[in-house]
Design a protein around this ligand. Structure first.
Ligand code: UDP
Length: 321
């Protein structure tokens, strides 16, 4: 049994990770500022004696906490509309959050996971994106607060490992979806599903021919745990994502089919610096972690549609208790 800290533990990925760790018998302290997460998620696992929630913000020191074997740093708004609302806060969360997390790891002797992102590749000129690709990020654009914040966080993690010997793992997480996405998350999967279920037109930005590769959240959590708990000492960066690439138009069609609604698309302008193509090269994760996602897009979307329809299958809270 490990004692684990999860920052951003009430967010979309955090909620799944915390549930999975509790089911495995670990003791979990979850911290979250609820800037974008649903406060209701803090009490989801409240009946589990191994679970504790503390309302904290990683922009401020975490030095009073301690005694952890592992730390997972997931805290940061991740949807463009949310991370662009207060860009200075986003930069602070990434940069100061990394430092505070690493200082805590250094003091506790904890192994520490950093949730980095495919956004470090910007609007990529290499396709698919391997970890060796250095990226094409506009340092002066509206996404930079997140992209450059996450890039800087990778550097901070690297240097804490080199200078202080902190045992790090950096994963570059590609687009992820599933139950527990917030209905107002603003990202494409939750937007399209909530629009389809309420009979509204589907909001396609641009012509819809841009691509993404969507990974179901439980597959991602598998990858994170293999990375942290597997035998390899490889510290990353390591891509975690599903290489199944689709256009946004294809995603809209798929959601239309599964929700049995006729899709009416409304096209508005594509946001500035919106990446045109994105697909992870997961050769490294396959080889080093022996990991590949297994959930197909239709299966994962169906689970997500069930969740947004109120069916809430699978009931993660019950399974964790
Ligand atoms: N997108 C869209 N309609 C929406 C939300 C997003 O067409 O309601 C597009 C967006 O322009 C982008 C893709 O879907 O090309 C994925 O956007 P999302 O915000 O989900 O994630 P990210 O851009 O961070 O990959």
């Amino acid at each position: 049994m490990a004692t684990v800290l999860v920052t951003g533990g009430c967010g979309f990925i955090g909620t799944h990770l915390v549930g999975r760790l509790l089911r495995q018998g670990d003791r979990v302290v979850s911290i979250d500022s609820h800037y974008t997460s649903d406060p209701a998620n803090a009490s989801l696992y409240g009946s589990n004696p191994n679970y504790e929630f503390i309302n904290r913000d990683v922009r401020y020191p975490l030095s009073d906490l301690g005694g952890f074997d592992e730390i997972y740093n997931l805290a940061c708004p991740a949807s463009p509309i949310h991370y662009q609302r207060d860009p200075v806060m986003t930069i602070n969360t990434n940069v100061m959050g990394a430092i505070h997390t690493l200082e805590l790891a250094r003091r506790s002797g904890a192994k520490v996971f950093q949730a980095s992102t495919s956004e470090v590749y910007g609007d990529p000129k290499v396709h698919p994106q391997p970890e060796t690709y250095l990226g094409n990020v506009n340092s002066f654009g509206p996404r930079a607060c997140y992209d450059e914040g996450k890039r800087c966080a990778e550097t901070i993690f690297r240097e804490y490992a080199a200078q202080y010997g902190v045992d790090i793992r950096i994963a570059r997480i590609f687009n992820t979806y599933g139950p527990f996405m917030h209905p107002n998350d603003g990202r494409v999967v939750s937007n399209f599903i909530t629009q389809a279920l309420s009979g509204k037109p589907i909001s396609v930005y641009g012509n819809g021919e841009q691509t993404r590769s969507f990974c179901y959240v439980t597959d991602l959590v598998d990858g994170i745990l293999r990375f942290m708990r597997g035998p390899s000492t490889f510290q990353g960066p390591c891509n975690l994502g599903n290489p199944n690439e689709v256009t946004i138009n294809q995603l809209a069609e798929q959601i239309g089919l599964l929700t049995e609604t006729s899709v009416i698309r409304v096209h508005t302008a594509r946001p500035q610096d919106d990446p045109m193509r994105r697909r992870p090269d997961i050769t490294l994760a396959q080889r080093i972690l022996d990991w590949s996602p297994t959930t197909s897009l239709p299966d994962g979307l169906q689970e997500t549609i069930n969740y947004f329809s109120g069916i809430r299958s699978p009931n993660l809270a019950e399974r964790a208790a």
